[in-house]
Design a protein around this ligand. Structure first.
Ligand code: HEM
Length: 485
């Protein structure tokens, strides 16, 4: 078999890839050895900043196919016709640990999906949980600091984790979810995905709907107990990656069915709790699930660094007919991601194959910057408006306008009749079987009993009691038993 010639980065042939050039036999090495210098220097630059959250992840390509007509709710082209297929790329992830952390950790999982639509890329950057720990983006950096490694001890600290939650009663619902059975999915294939936020859809007549996305796994939900998770994390820290890679390689085509809950815009103001509060779910009896289509994964990336590590998902990548709701967390995220990408990958990250539009073409007057590789026609203008035939605006609104009132300022969310932070955590607890409740309480107590400040322990117990008196009492009994034991 004839092999291609090994070359330098500039394409010059390399004579010897086993021995560096030296001054005589056994002498020191030569500065003129371009191949050695280039190879060592390039190696030093192989790593880029890891994602500040969701650092550890796995990706796959696939497609989304519309199975049900939702044109009454949105004029998004990719959802516009039953049978329409759109290419997708998904990245699953854990949240709190750094790159190299174990996949089988008790942690939410990221579910970030890119639809390469004919109207540009649409990114739905969700999790495997329908709710979140906080409801104002101002708290996000503090929240993440408390969950990631402590700057002094260099490891995750129950003191910090539970201290933040003691001061964030709104986290009680998500903490109940995370400490329960679904807190450690058996694999990425065996969990649901949620948009979590409320999004705004607009139909062709300009009517507005608020929407929540639910991707239900067709593999069935499978979870690990804390003990199983700890064992697997030790045996195969890459267990989710192994499972996803191997299942797609053997042609298993993992899939999810997308459903949406649809709230007519007029319902929002008087709904019994704030429908834009990310710590709450909408009961299905109020807004039933409506099927939209299915997501199928059928191809592994060829190169993990190029396609998964450099993938960039941003909640502000919308397409006409889909837009943001006033959910404060979502509003904060509209800034955070593209900013992270400019830092982590550079201003031209949208030119990388995994991030560039595939079914549409980017055409604008953004130019230059580090690593610009887009070539433009030699006569293309780099300013707008112009007298030539460069790209021009459409004049059509992407999403329906929303009315606003009041004064600027740091306001709490508008009050609704049933806004408290605890009732949905209580409902979730009461839905559980006796065995599930037992495991939930044991998981919470396992963490809380390691906390050194009694006030932090008490505040957390008070939150569980506010959700359900029995829940709080059982957590208290289990914590005290562990502390005494
Ligand atoms: C990743 C910020 C809340 C899901 C990230 C990244 C940042 C970030 C900076 C790294 C992006 C990158 O380097 O590519 C924030 C902020 C939040 C927030 C400021 C709250 C205000 C959420 C919520 C969800 C979520 C509520 C889910 C519903 C994800 C996912 C990723 C991610 C899935 C990984 C994306 C990927 O695979 O590349 N977040 N986040 N985040 N976030 Fe958030």
């Amino acid at each position: 078999m004839s092999k291609p010639t090994l070359t330098t980065e500039s394409g010059a042939p390399i004579a010897d890839n086993q021995n560096s050039s030296s001054a005589g036999i056994g002498g020191p090495l030569l500065l003129q050895d371009q191949h050695l210098l280039e190879k060592l220097a390039r190696f030093n630059r192989e790593r880029i900043p890891e994602r500040v959250v969701h650092a550890r992840g796995s990706g796959a390509y696939g497609y989304f196919e519309v199975t049900d007509d939702v044109s009454a709710y949105t004029h998004a082209h990719f959802l516009g016709e039953v049978g329409r297929r759109t290419e997708t790329f998904i990245r699953f992830s854990t949240v709190a640990d750094n790159l190299g952390g174990p996949d089988a950790a008790r942690d939410p999982r990221g579910f970030a999906l890119k639809f390469y639509t004919e109207e540009g890329n649409y990114d739905l950057v969700g999790n495997n949980t329908p709710v979140f720990f906080i409801k104002d983006p101002l708290k996000f950096p503090d929240f993440i600091h408390s969950q990631k490694r402590d700057p002094f001890t260099g490891k995750q600290e129950p003191d910090n984790v539970w201290d933040f939650w003691a001061h964030s009663p709104e986290a009680t619902h998500q903490v109940t979810w995370l400490m329960g059975d679904r807190g450690i999915p058996a694999s990425y294939r065996h969990m649901n995905g949620y948009g979590s936020h409320t999004y705004q859809w607009t139909n062709a007549d300009g009517e507005v709907f608020f929407v929540k996305y639910h991707f239900k796994t067709n593999q069935g939900i499978r979870c690990l107990s804390s003990e199983q998770g700890a064992e697997l994390a030790g045996k195969d820290p890459n267990s989710h990656q192994t499972d996803l890679l191997q299942s797609i390689e053997r042609g298993a085509r993992p899939s999810w069915t997308l459903h949406v809950q649809v709230m007519p815009a007029a319902d929002a103001a008087d709904y019994r709790f704030n429908p834009f509060d990310l710590t709450k779910v909408w009961p299905h009896k109020d807004y039933p699930l409506q099927r939209v289509g299915r997501l199928v994964l059928d191809r592994n990336p060829d190169n993990v660094f190029a396609e998964v590590e450099q993938a960039a998902f941003s909640p502000n990548n919308f397409v006409p007919g889909i837009g943001p709701s006033p959910d404060k967390m979502l509003q904060g995220r509209l800034f955070a991601y593209a900013d992270a990408h400019r830092y982590r990958l550079g201003v031209n990250h949208t030119q990388l194959a995994v991030n560039a539009p595939k079914a549409a073409k980017a055409a604008n007057y953004g130019r230059d910057g580090l690593m610009a590789s887009n070539a433009y026609d030699r006569h293309a203008k780099n300013y707008e408006p112009n007298s030539y035939d460069g790209p021009a605006e459409t004049g059509a609104a992407l999403s329906a306008p929303r009315p606003v009132t009041g004064h600027t300022g740091t306001h709490e969310a508008p009050a609704h009749s049933k806004d408290d932070d605890f009732f949905q955590a209580g409902e979730l607890y009461r839905l559980m079987s006796e065995e599930e409740k037992g495991r939930l309480v044991a998981n919470i107590a396992g963490g809380l009993s390691q906390v050194s400040h009694e006030a932090v322990v008490e505040k957390n117990i008070a939150h569980f009691s506010a959700a359900d008196t029995e829940y709080g009492q059982r957590v208290e009994d289990a914590v005290r038993a562990l502390q005494e034991g």
